[in-house]
Design a protein around this ligand. Structure first.
Ligand code: BTN
Length: 241
């Protein structure tokens, strides 16, 4: 089983995991409280103390071979959360949203979890990958700007101990890390189920249709003039799940 280091309070589990990756081949950092939790695209990751899962998996590529396509670690992170939730929630009420969000059904689908991937590169070599996972577990009140989009496991009527979720999540990570990268990627594409869907790219406000998913997890999308465009996990999109 993967070694785990737990903190009562820490600025960000991703930052500490990055430090630990220098002396560990694979390690998990968890915390009861994050004071400077980060989300994608330089956003904060908000979360009340003692109410949520804050976990970072650090993989050192000197001792753990790196994926051919390092962006596929986002698939591993999202699937680890998906498989964990599947222990409590039926599959039709859990959805993956591109690039690496997990939604569950309250009255409508809302975000319960996000994954933040960070790579340390030295020259041309990937030194380590950090997969940061936040899951809203017992939080019931969210700030105004996300209250309509965010939910928690408690808000869908399930009172699950945070420690139980940590144990299952680490088990799921352990299973996935031993699978073939291509199998993880295919499973992610299948669960994502985005090919053929209409999306809106937030940066342009325009509508596109998803044509395919590239090997590096980026999306090929078509505009109304049938021109192809590539977007990746730095781009925010909205679409019907
Ligand atoms: C997102 O959806 O924007 C990704 C959110 C990732 C949050 C997790 S919580 C544990 C880890 N530590 C951080 O600072 N961020 C990630």
């Amino acid at each position: 089983m993967i070694h785990r280091v737990h903190f009562r309070e820490i600025p960000s589990t991703n930052d500490y995991a990055k430090e630990l990756s220098k002396s560990n081949s694979i390690v998990v950092v968890t915390a009861d409280v994050q004071t400077q939790g980060r989300g994608r695209n330089k956003k904060n990751w908000e979360g009340e103390a003692f109410k949520n899962v804050y976990l970072s998996l650090a993989i050192n590529h000197n001792s753990f071979p790196v994926f051919k396509f390092p962006s596929r670690y986002q698939a591993l992170g999202s699937l680890a959360v998906y498989n964990t939730l599947l222990n409590f929630i039926p599959s039709e009420n859990i959805k993956l949203k591109y690039p690496n969000d997990i939604y569950i059904k309250e009255n409508k689908f809302k975000k319960v979890s996000g994954v933040l991937i960070e790579h340390s590169i030295q020259g041309k070599k990937a030194e380590s990958t950090i997969i940061g996972i936040g899951i809203n577990v017992k939080q019931e009140i969210f700030s105004k700007d996300i209250e309509d989009k965010a939910t928690s496991i408690l808000k869908v009527g399930l009172n699950i101990e945070i420690e139980t979720l940590y144990k299952i999540l680490i088990e799921e990570i352990n299973k996935l890390i031993n699978l073939e990268e291509d199998d993880i990627y295919q499973d992610w594409i299948c669960k994502l189920s985005i090919i053929g869907k209409e999306i809106i790219l937030i940066s342009t406000g325009f509508k596109y249709k998803v044509k395919e998913i590239n090997n590096d997890c980026s999306l090929m999308i078509l505009n109304e003039q049938k021109e192809l465009l590539r977007i990746d996990n730095g781009d925010s999109i909205v679409y019907e799940l």
